[in-house]
Design a protein. Sequence first.
Length: 493
Amino acid sequence: MSSRNPVAPTPESEGDSDTRFFGQPRALANIFGVEMWERFSFYGMQGILLIYLYYSVTDGGLGMDRGIAGGIVGAYGGAVYLSTILGAWVADRILGPEKVLFSSAIVIMCGHIALALLPGFLGVGVGLVLVAVGSGGLKATATSLVGMLYSADDPRRDAGFSLFYLGINLGAFAGPLLTGLLQSTLGFHWGFGLAAVGMALGLTQYAFGRKNLPAEASHVPNPLPKSRYPLMTGVAVAGIAVIVLLIAIGVIRADNLAIVVIVVVIAAAIAYFVVILSSRRITGVERSRVWGFLPLFITSVAFWSLYQQQFTVLTVYSDKRLDRNLFGWEMPVSWVNSINPIFIIILSGVFAAIWTKLGTRQPSTPVKFGLATIVMGVAFLLFLPFAGGGENSTPLIAIVGILFVFTVAELLLSPVGLSVTTKLAPDVFHTQMVALFFLSVSLGTAIAGELSKVYDPDNEVPYFLTLGAVAIVIGILLLVSVKPVLKLMRGVR
């Protein structure tokens, strides 16, 4: 760690010698656990959210237009990752990442309780806001804490992030299965209630293991002067007032939420890059690395714009086009969301072993990003042979195969992206650089919601063909730019 951080433990004493969790630091197990339960609740709820919004009232839903419902789900997903800015800022300036993670877990649990107990659109509004804010704070800080367990040149780093990603997907696998089962048998609110129970378990586990984290986890790297607290409080109150006003006068509506989030995220990303790059507290090397992160950010947006359609277009596809008959029993729609985590669980260890075995000979991060986006484009092209079929005409095995390709693309980019972001981050913007990576996910997720409005089950070829081709072209462009990008990254691969 940098000498500018006086409380940070040395990697030799705290990280490299600790191999108690599958060859990784023991503290990884604690972060692994809280993230697993958070993902259980998050994906469990999200697996039934879209159909809750557009199913008819007689089927237990809210009867919303399907296109608007898809936009809301995309906007909500984008807001989750957008709120990583708030969590990262509070972590870097006021509380430190560990305290933000703990408090965020409490907020998430309250959000799921609201969805379970409050009726109709009130429960949706209150619940989604709380879950979005809490999940943003937890995601930014959990990833940052994992990065603190390793020195920048620790060869176990990518493997550690892959194991962390395994924890995420254990929760993502179990959540949709159990909440979907409760939703289909007892009703939507029982499914939302189970998500709340899952988050409570994660919070309890984390509370007992907080002591295993390094001292750096509680350090505030760039403390906000006490004299500026009233100003920041005023800004926060004013911001909330503006949002309420825009809703009241009809500027922010259910049918344009995704567009609103897209605009806000683009503005936030530009502002973040400007603030970090213009800071006098970063070195020339750190500034160059931030520039090197920019093409990775753009490629990541393209990737997530396709990948996150699992929760918009693919949910509609699974409801309308997929044959979900299993030996005479129709499986819940949300169970499709558990297919990808199964492959992640199987393949994350394989990818971790590959990166560990290759060591310094493994492909550089820009190469992995480019390949990931190309593979994601290919996944969309794989929908084409089944285009134009009737209701329930796509065999389940076809979706299983397509989601396998999704998984390969994801493992080439997502855990690697988390890892490289912590390596490229300037010391005083450590957690906030992680938030920048999540802003790329936020933007891609909101775009996925907006794209779902133009998806037409009766004319699928233009949709899947265009998006697949665009992703492949973007991936190729990054591959041909690898050398200048690596030069900007200044020794980080």
